[in-house]
Design a binder for this molecule. Structure first.
Ligand SMILES: [Fe+2]
Ligand SMILES: [Fe+2]
Length: 348
């Protein structure tokens, strides 16, 4: 038998040995306990030549450079990132079997049409929320393992949202409804964002933060408990996505206060684009008013429109609160929130 000749690793560094992460009581092995030894050392800037090796591995110096464009800890990290990854796995559910689809009963045609119209619109937004983090994730250096795994969980969540809204639209005598070009323009202006920080700010904080309010409202006005459950379970997932956005933008702002300017400009640029190119989808406005008013009679729609106006106010208040939580001054928070929802009623 020929001997395997190992390379001389004298100058590579010394691998860890004797690491033993504890098993938690009933909780298995948890990422929160894995910040040990070399694997636990998260670099402020990821060196290009470590390729796809796991943080803490001893890497051959002849490894080709990968040069992941997002390679700074301050840009992606969050103090609670390990918690977020573990929560993401606990929060997984199955759109095929965790919704009591067999309890769905026929609805009056106007309400079913409104639900189907909303689902059609939700799916557009969910595709954006799937594609954008999928794009961003491929740019993040694997040294930031927990961030990569969190974004992967978000992609999985959004795939489930596409599934659940599609199934709801097809399940109860209706079907997929109209798509407005205005919505597509608005979502395109997000999908074409290239900078990790601006994209994440617009998506995780302004977009999904506002979307959560919409989901809460839809749960309240849903015409039946099964449809309400669809909105409720979707919103629980969105809470984690917004949680990552808030934690990591706060972390980034703490390390780089000048970021306020970049984020404000990102919100301004998108608002300018929306004012010029997009508007609110009339189909969605109508469907929201029908659901909120409980039907399509003129007085019901009028009542529904009043409730939707209240929703916009709540969305603004929540955005401001969240921006302050991230680290913005109140005046700037008001300004950015108005940019997002002001000229064009904008959910994502
Ligand atoms: Fe979603
Ligand atoms: Fe999301």
């Amino acid at each position: 038998m020929t001997e395997i000749k190992l390379p001389d690793t004298t100058n590579w560094g010394e691998p860890d040995w004797g690491i033993r992460v504890p098993v938690r009581d009933g909780g298995g092995i948890d990422f929160r306990d894995c910040f040990v030894g070399r694997a636990g050392q998260v670099p402020d800037e990821a060196p290009a030549h470590l390729g796809l090796a796991q943080r803490g591995s001893v890497v051959d110096p002849n490894t080709p450079p990968f040069e992941f464009p997002v390679n700074k800890k301050a840009v992606v990290w969050a103090d609670n990132i390990a918690d977020l990854v573990e929560q993401a796995k606990l929060g997984q559910w199955n759109a095929a079997t965790d919704i009591p689809w067999d309890k769905l009963h026929p609805l009056p045609a106007d309400l079913e049409q409104a639900v189907c119209q909303i689902c059609t619109f939700m799916i557009q937004n969910e595709y954006l929320a799937l594609y954008l983090p999928a794009k961003l994730l491929t740019r993040v250096d694997p040294r930031f393992t927990e961030v990569v795994l969190f974004l992967a969980s978000q992609v999985e969540d959004e795939a489930r949202h596409v599934e659940v809204f599609t199934k709801r639209a097809l399940a109860n005598g209706g079907g997929l409804q109209y798509v407005s070009a205005a919505t597509e323009w608005s979502l395109k202006s997000l999908l074409t964002q290239e900078d990790f920080t601006s994209a994440s700010f617009l998506l995780h904080i302004l977009g999904e933060g506002t979307f959560m309010e919409l989901l809460k409202f839809l749960e309240e006005v849903a015409p039946d408990p099964v449809t309400a459950q669809v909105f409720k379970m979707t919103r629980q997932d969105e809470g984690r996505h917004v949680g990552y956005g808030v934690s990591h933008i706060a972390y980034h702002l703490k390390h780089d206060p000048a970021l306020v300017l970049q984020l404000t400009q990102a919100a301004e640029a998108r608002a300018a684009f929306l004012r010029q190119a997009a508007g609110a989808s009339p189909f969605v406005q109508q469907a929201l008013a029908v659901l909120a008013g409980g039907g399509s009679a003129p007085e019901q729609i009028a009542h529904g429109r009043e409730r939707v106006k209240e929703l916009y106010k709540e969305m603004h208040a929540t955005r401001v609160k969240r921006l302050i939580q991230v680290g913005f001054q109140r005046g700037m928070a008001e300004r950015i929130s108005n940019l997002h929802g002001g000229a064009v009623p904008n959910f994502m």
